[in-house]
Write a protein that binds this ligand. Structure first.
Ligand code: MN
Length: 486
């Protein structure tokens, strides 16, 4: 376990963190209306009368959103509640025309669950999920287009959300970051949320408190709203925890409060204290009946579940011989894992993993390409590794071949054939080059014979250079020593 303790001259402190994450559900239409959920359209084009809060309009629950929520719940290893219901959460906000949000309060669709996170020291930790409920998103207020007016875009109003609430199980910024990456990976595998934090389709509220190291008390927490990247979440925890410690050590008190994180400074500022906390006056939504799911329905979705990152990672470790670290890196992204599996089939999986995690990803980064656009196909990467394994080419030549593959997309076998890059393993041909090198460097030969035996490496280098990298290094090494020791 990775321990994170804040140590000052006055004492040691432990950090307690819980997260609430809003994930926009992937569905063609909104959760209670048939308006489109398309992101980036012109303002207010995807707004039905329901989304605009027109009097007398009735919400209709979108089946697809329910299905996506159940899938996500199963992905969180959570209990699916066969009975759930909707409530009105009342509050005034300019971009919410109804003045209430339809959400789930007393009975959420998903109950307790658990996610395993992988930490940098190679350990893992289970993080508890308290619940997940579904609700509608609000619209967006835009304050930076006019000096005296605010604008409202209701395209987002009514888009389906899944709100995932964790238990206060995090003890470090790293654990929270690892959790968000794992959660994002799971919803992307499932296709239930695109996980794009920068576009706001995944938003994180961060609850932070501290306590003296070793104690079990729970002190008042502060909550930072809508932090929009993994890095900022980690930064927000670190800075907020330090702020609490400083206040306590100076004899002050922390009151429960809501704060806003500022990415430009890494600090947060006060939004409201507990005494101004909302009274949401929740009551059951009269326009929607309770949501009741049958066992057959839930079992049907279970049967369609795909292999998720943890299961894939385990399989890559046990059946393909990868290290836990390599397997975790390759499985974070479904497309990467699938590419790897295709490339590694029938070849040395460990070598394929090494190539992917070094030269291959570096190439994609440099060309700013997604793996789906890669000029090097999975089959061709597998073939390249095979050429190295069979000693048809050396690792050094393979790098040159890979360069050509990245430029042309060609089959490595064809490149090696056409450019005559096959490794020379014919000892006769290699011996001839060695003889030449020995004959033209008498000084180094006598130095070697007089005890400077590390010059053998220099001879090997010369021979490989003269063979244009094609001489098999193992054979050269053996023959050079034999000849020098004669
Ligand atoms: Mn919410």
């Amino acid at each position: 376990m990775s321990e994170y303790i804040i140590t000052t001259s006055k004492g040691k402190w432990e950090v307690i963190v819980g997260l609430e994450i809003h994930c926009q559900i992937i569905s063609k239409s909104k959760i209670f209306s048939s308006a489109s959920t398309e992101f980036g359209d012109d303002p207010n084009v995807n707004v039905s009368f329901v989304d605009a809060g027109m009097p007398g309009m009735l919400p209709t629950l979108n089946k697809e959103c329910v299905r996506q929520a159940v899938k996500t719940g199963l992905g969180l290893n959570a209990k699916i509640n066969k009975y759930s219901e909707f409530s009105r959460k009342n509050y005034f906000y300019a971009d919410m025309p109804t003045d209430y949000q339809i959400t789930q309060f007393r009975y959420p669709i998903v109950g307790e669950g658990e996610i395993t996170v992988d930490l940098s020291d190679g350990s893992s930790k289970k993080i508890g999920i308290e619940r997940m409920h579904i609700e509608q998103d609000a619209g967006k207020s835009i304050h930076d287009l006019n000096p005296t007016k605010s604008y409202i875009d209701l395209n987002r109003a009514g888009v389906g959300l899944m709100e995932i609430v964790t238990k206060p199980d995090f003890r470090s910024p790293e654990e929270a970051g690892a959790f968000l990456r794992k959660l994002r990976s799971i919803v992307r595998y499932l296709g239930t949320c695109d996980g794009n934090m920068d576009e706001g389709s995944m938003r994180c509220d961060v609850n932070v408190s501290v306590r003296p190291y070793g104690s079990t008390e729970l002190r008042p927490r502060s909550e930072m709203k809508n932090v929009n990247s993994v890095k900022f979440v980690m930064q927000a925890i670190e800075n907020e925890a330090k702020r609490h410690v400083e206040i306590y050590e100076n004899g002050g008190k922390i009151e429960q409060e809501t704060r806003q994180f500022d990415p430009t400074t890494g600090q947060s500022k006060l939004m409201r204290k507990k005494e101004f906390a909302h009274d949401y006056r929740y009551f059951p939504e009269p326009d929607l009946p309770p949501l009741v799911l049958s066992d057959e329905y839930i079992e049907g979705i279970k049967a369609e579940m795909i292999e998720l990152p943890d299961a894939k990672k385990q399989r890559f470790i046990t059946t393909m011989g990868l290290t836990p670290y390599d397997a975790a890196v390759l499985c974070e992204n479904k497309e990467h894992a699938e590419f790897f599996e295709k490339a590694a089939t029938g070849h040395d999986a460990k070598k394929v993993a090494n190539w992917m995690m070094s030269d291959f990803f570096a190439m994609l980064n440099k060309k700013r390409l997604d793996i789906a656009q890669s000029p090097v196909s999975a089959e061709n990467l597998g073939k390249l590794v095979e050429l190295i394994s069979k000693e048809v080419i050396s690792g050094k030549i393979a790098k040159d071949v890979f360069e050509i593959m990245a430029q042309t997309g060609e089959d490595p076998e064809k490149i090696v054939e056409e450019k005559g890059l096959k490794q020379v393993t014919d000892t006769g041909a290699i011996e001839k080059i060695i003889d030449d090198v020995i004959a033209s460097n008498p000084d180094n030969v006598s130095a070697y014979k007089n005890g400077k035996t590390n010059l053998a490496g220099w001879f090997v280098g010369q021979v490989i250079k003269l063979s244009q990298g094609k001489a098999n290094p193992g054979i050269v090494n053996k023959l050079v020593r034999e000849k020098l020791d004669k």
